[in-house]
Design a protein around this ligand. Structure first.
Ligand code: SF4
Ligand code: SF4
Length: 481
């Protein structure tokens, strides 16, 4: 609650003064690594990692707004009698680590490979554009619905932490070195209440029996197990992280149970990869964390669909989907949802593949002299038109790219119409506004071109190319008799 209040105060401060502290959000550390900006998000992330190295994942358990949101979703589900149990997968648990490497390590590797130097550090603690790196309200709401509600319902109360959160992967690595642990006294009787209470998928009773402490890096130090233990045998305390002595023999650590066979795991991993390719950046709308959540859920949908076909009796969480070989009503809904998810992934993958191929060819054509581009432009147009045909929503950038090719082909009217549509979809698309002014000028509509330039300059009064073109138009008019 306090973290959410702090977020509200931050936004209110920005609205009232027009300038405020840069977003206090770990993803902002990407700017530090890429541009050298030392911002509030980077400082928070660095401090949280340092604290985790000593105390363990208290930050996750007590200060992460997404954990709070997942807790809220779990609480709401409990109100309607649904208590999701944690789903255990061997392969999907690597998603957060892969996402962290992709966000924080891969850009550095790419920089070294491209021979670019690190720009040097610079303090960036205030901004006038607090929301610049966040999605709009609809996409934000969808992200919370998917990464919060759906993931919690289908994968367990800490589903996003376990299967999606890239920062959690970093904290999980730091947690391994932390001396701060949930420890046990000799009072433990092995009843397992602690494990039943833990929403982070930790087998508390088995770990404390074997090691005298919780060693699972998924432990977020929420202290639920401590408060529920009927013997008061658990407590938070320090001990060297490498100490993993066997406490006593009677309770044997059971083999970790997984919910999927290896064939299902491999099918899920393959589905996840295709889905992430399709969803990431889809329609210039879907942010990375939403794409991760959607992809993990699609992977689960594939296994669910598979079991719905093959199993005589099958339940997902607490819902009976198939009984005695017959689909139940929830089972029929689940089957339709799985089909819809697969259709969406297939469609999204075609859109992304076509868009990327078309854009790549368009870029290549830009390096060639006129007269040698035709073949590349033709192929690019075919790919981009396919992306448009399969797309479910219009995309400003796609409209603009198609318009640019049509302009080269001399189809001026269609190019102008598409550029106008691109601007309608994204009024801040300044390059499209400039291109529209150019094409209007070439087609002889000087007043229209001037209007387009004025509208552009109203958004950015210092846009040099627009100023130059406006000066050119004025000079031309002055020369006319
Ligand atoms: S730590 Fe407490 S809750 Fe957990 S197994 Fe031991 S007695 Fe039971
Ligand atoms: S219930 Fe215990 S083991 Fe589970 S996350 Fe909370 S503190 Fe860690």
């Amino acid at each position: 609650v306090l973290v959410h209040l702090a977020i509200l105060v931050h936004v209110a401060h920005w609205k009232m003064t027009g300038s405020t502290l840069t977003p206090v959000e770990p993803s902002e550390a990407m700017q530090t690594l890429e541009l050298g900006y030392v911002n509030a998000g980077f400082l928070l992330f660095a401090l949280a990692i340092l604290a985790t190295l000593i105390l363990g994942r208290f930050f996750c358990g007590w200060a992460c707004h997404v954990v709070a949101y997942q807790d809220l979703c779990a609480w709401l589900l409990a109100r309607v009698g649904l208590r999701p149990r944690p789903v255990r997968s061997r392969l999907l648990v690597f998603v957060p680590l892969g996402a962290a490497l992709y966000m924080f390590v891969w850009p550095q590797v790419a920089r070294v490979l491209e021979g670019r130097a690190f720009p040097g550090l610079e303090l960036h603690l205030s901004t006038e554009e607090l929301w610049a790196t966040f999605p709009g309200p609809w996409v934000a709401a969808l992200t919370f619905l998917v990464d919060g509600f759906l993931v919690v319902w289908l994968l367990g109360a800490k589903g996003f932490c376990t299967y999606g959160c890239p920062y959690g992967a970093v904290f999980g690595l730091a947690e391994r070195a932390a001396p701060g642990r949930i420890r046990v006294t000799d009072g433990c009787e092995g009843c397992g209440h602690c494990t039943a209470t833990c929403t982070s998928n930790v087998e508390v009773h088995a770990e404390v029996a074997k090691y005298g402490q919780v060693v699972d890096p998924g432990c977020m130090k929420c202290m639920d197990c401590v408060s529920v233990c009927p013997k008061g045998a658990l407590f938070f305390g320090f001990r060297p992280a490498h100490t993993r002595e066997r406490k006593r023999a009677p309770v044997r650590r059971p083999r970790r149970e997984y919910d999927f066979t290896w064939t299902e795991e491999l099918g899920m991993a393959a589905t996840f990869s295709v889905a992430l390719y399709g969803f990431r950046g889809l329609y210039d709308l879907v942010p990375f964390l939403l794409a991760l959540g959607l992809s993990v859920l699609t992977a689960l949908a594939v296994v669910t669909g598979w079991r719905l076909i093959r199993s005589r009796d099958f339940s997902l969480q607490h819902h009976v989907l198939r009984q005695g070989g017959a689909l139940t009503a929830p089972g029929a809904t689940a089957a339709l949802s799985c089909l819809a998810a697969l259709a969406l992934v297939a469609d999204s993958a075609v859109v992304q593949r076509s868009d990327r191929l078309g854009s790549q060819l368009l870029d290549e054509a830009g390096w060639l002299p006129r007269g040698q581009r035709e073949d590349l432009l033709e192929r690019s147009l075919a790919h981009l038109l396919r992306a448009e045909a399969f797309g479910l929503v219009p995309v400003a950038e796609l409209e603009f790219k198609i318009a640019s090719i049509l302009r080269e082909h001399g189809e001026t009217d269609e190019a102008i119409a598409r550029m106008r549509r691109a601007i309608e979809l994204r009024p801040d698309h300044l390059v499209a506004r400039l291109a529209l002014a150019d094409v209007l000028m070439v087609s002889g509509d000087e007043p229209g071109a001037e209007r387009a330039l004025e509208e552009l300059l109203a958004i950015d009064p210092e846009y040099e190319q627009a100023l130059a073109r406006k000066r050119g138009l004025e000079a031309q008019r002055a020369r006319q008799p």
